[in-house]
Ligand binder design. Structure first.
Ligand code: MG
Ligand code: ZN
Length: 220
């Protein structure tokens, strides 16, 4: 019975996500759903992308948090369209929250929209929002066991950003084993090691996004 209820909720969510996706497609905006634990560095990674790409592309950010507008305030300082959703205790964003947010957000004029999900590696993996792709953000201090323990997000993501690479010398973290575990779950997963402190991987991250934006524009 419980399983049936969950299936119904996810089906209803998927139907709304499909409507969101249609709106994004009509406006030619590429949308990424960033998922990771609290403190993994999702907001910092978005900031890196904005600094690299804001001269070339029109970028917007929807921030999902349980409380506060701190992340949206950080992003807004970079001069891009920003909107904060507070879930009031909710541990993930759902498609309906995004649909409501879109009524007051000028997504039509964007090339690239980031949706930063609530810090949580579990249920955000199951809720489609209408995005082109999910991006999983994992940071080195969290440990290399995450793909084995939380396989769903690694299976559903198109890119894994391995953040805080500058901390590898100080942590018991096996980069190659972690990549291999992630690829075992999802052989199509792209992987980029990044450090928002040293700038490592920033070019590669910007190139990955640029490729996606160009692919969308050529599709028309
Ligand atoms: Mg954040
Ligand atoms: Zn949740």
């Amino acid at each position: 019975m419980e399983i049936k209820v969950l299936t119904d909720i996810l089906e209803a969510n998927d139907a709304i996500a499909e409507q969101n996706r249609k709106k994004f497609d009509e406006s030619n905006v590429v949308v990424f759903n960033l998922i990771g634990s609290p403190g993994a560095g999702k907001t910092s990674i978005i900031e890196v992308a904005i600094r690299k790409l804001k001269k070339k592309y029109r970028i917007g950010v929807i921030e999902g948090d349980i409380e506060t507008s701190r992340d949206a305030e950080r992003i807004a300082k970079l001069g891009v369209e920003t909107l904060q959703i507070n879930t009031q205790g909710g541990c993930h964003l759902d498609a309906n929250m995004i649909a409501s947010a879109l009524t007051g957000f000028p997504y039509q004029s964007l090339d690239l929209l980031f949706i930063e999900n609530v810090g949580n590696l579990v249920c955000p993996a199951d809720y489609a929002l209408g995005e082109d792709a999910k991006i999983v953000v994992i940071s080195v201090p969290e440990g290399h066991d995450k793909p084995a323990k939380y396989p769903v997000i690694f299976r559903n993501a198109s890119l894994m950003l391995l953040n805080k690479m500058d901390l590898v010398p100080y942590c018991d973290f096996d980069v190659e084993a972690m990549k291999q575990d992630a690829l075992n779950v999802n052989p199509d997963l792209d992987v980029i090691g990044i450090s928002c402190t040293t700038g490592e991987g920033a070019e590669e991250w910007a190139a990955w996004l640029t490729e996606r934006i160009k692919r969308r524009k050529s599709r028309g």
